[in-house]
Design a protein around this ligand. Structure first.
Ligand code: 2RA
Length: 325
């Protein structure tokens, strides 16, 4: 069955990737509608050999078009205003912004982990933060088998997470996305600071992890850092679990988990890196080893393309599941 699909924010980095992944996945699209701000409206985008004119997003954009799935990646304020309008017109919105992620009526979904939550949607499904997605994937099999007590995230996030402006700051030395130069630097601030001393990005990782894993008792802390890498985030994850484990079994359950590729062979100096995980849809995990400082501790390292699995791919995977329910 083919459906009408809309992409909101179609000219942005994530929106463009959404279109690429939709075409790679041969998504069964009947009519495709592309929306953007007034500034980018009128642009022509080719999708599967056919040219589409990008329309300015307006309050009546969804009327009478029988749009079944609307993929949004145009920022929080656009989602806040237009996602409810799209949902009211009959679409299910898969929203890449943080606007609705912690709303109790909005499922927050990584399809390999909690696809059952998709059915609970009331018109909006939230796509988690990029750094959260690639972190919770290896944590899920560990949590299911060994019950996680505490998680410490330290992130190494690429500039593509800040969109085209971030890439320009790295490659052209502009000053569009960051207050400080990113070339030859690391910036321990992603998004704004909150009253508790954490950044918004850090609190996203903390709160979203608990919501996706359905466990508010988890102790989670995070430090998020922007690094001079073009694309693909890396996360160092320290985990403390309740039950004792064999480290080889931890490697096995992670390797067997869908959506993950294990790259872990210290003897051959094999481990995930952003350069190699860029433009891939999977999450790459390695450096899995025992943390000897606590009774049951694990260290691991996760790399993933933040524009693909961290955003567009995850959104399209949710959309595919929507067609099944
Ligand atoms: C970043 N997590 O990397 C953000 C993008 N959503 O800045």
């Amino acid at each position: 069955m083919k459906v009408n699909v809309a992409v909101v924010g179609a000219t942005g980095l994530v929106g463009s990737m959404m279109l690429k992944v939709l075409s790679e996945e041969n998504f069964p699209i009947d009519n495709l509608y592309l929306f953007s701000s007034k500034k980018s409206a009128g642009k022509i985008i080719n999708y599967c050999g056919k040219d589409y004119t990008v329309e300015e997003l307006r309050e009546d954009s969804f009327e009478g078009r029988e749009i079944k799935i609307a993929l949004f990646s145009a920022g929080g304020s656009v989602s806040e205003k237009f996602a409810p309008i799209a949902a009211k017109a009959g679409a299910v919105v898969v929203d890449n912004s943080s606007a609705f992620r912690m709303d109790i009526d909005v499922p927050l979904v990584v399809p390999e982990i909690n696809p059952e939550d998709i059915k609970k949607n009331k018109g909006i499904i939230a796509n988690p933060n990029c750094s959260t997605i690639q972190s919770v994937l290896p944590l899920k099999p560990i949590h299911d088998k060994y019950k996680i007590k505490r998680v410490i995230y330290s992130t190494y996030q690429s500039v593509s997470g800040s969109g085209i402006k971030g890439i320009s700051d790295l490659e052209k030395g502009t000053n569009l996305a960051y207050k400080y130069p990113i070339k030859n630097n690391c910036i321990p601030q992603i998004d704004v600071f909150l009253d508790n001393g954490y950044t918004k990005e850090e609190m996203k990782m903390i709160n979203e992890t608990k919501k996706i894993l359905h466990d508010d008792s988890l102790l989670v802390t995070a430090t998020t850092v922007r690094v001079p890498v073009r694309n693909s985030h890396s996360i160092s994850i320290n985990v403390e679990v309740e039950k004792s484990f064999e480290i080889e079994d931890v490697k096995k359950i992670i390797a067997e988990y869908p959506g993950i590729i294990l790259e872990d062979d210290p003897e051959k100096e094999v481990y995930p890196m952003p350069l190699m995980s860029a433009d891939k849809n999977e999450v790459f995990v390695g450096r899995i080893r025992r943390d000897f400082t606590v009774e049951n501790g694990i260290n691991l390292w996760s790399c993933a393309d933040n524009i693909r699995k961290g955003a567009a791919t995850n959104a399209v995977q949710i959309a595919k599941k929507l067609l099944e329910v």
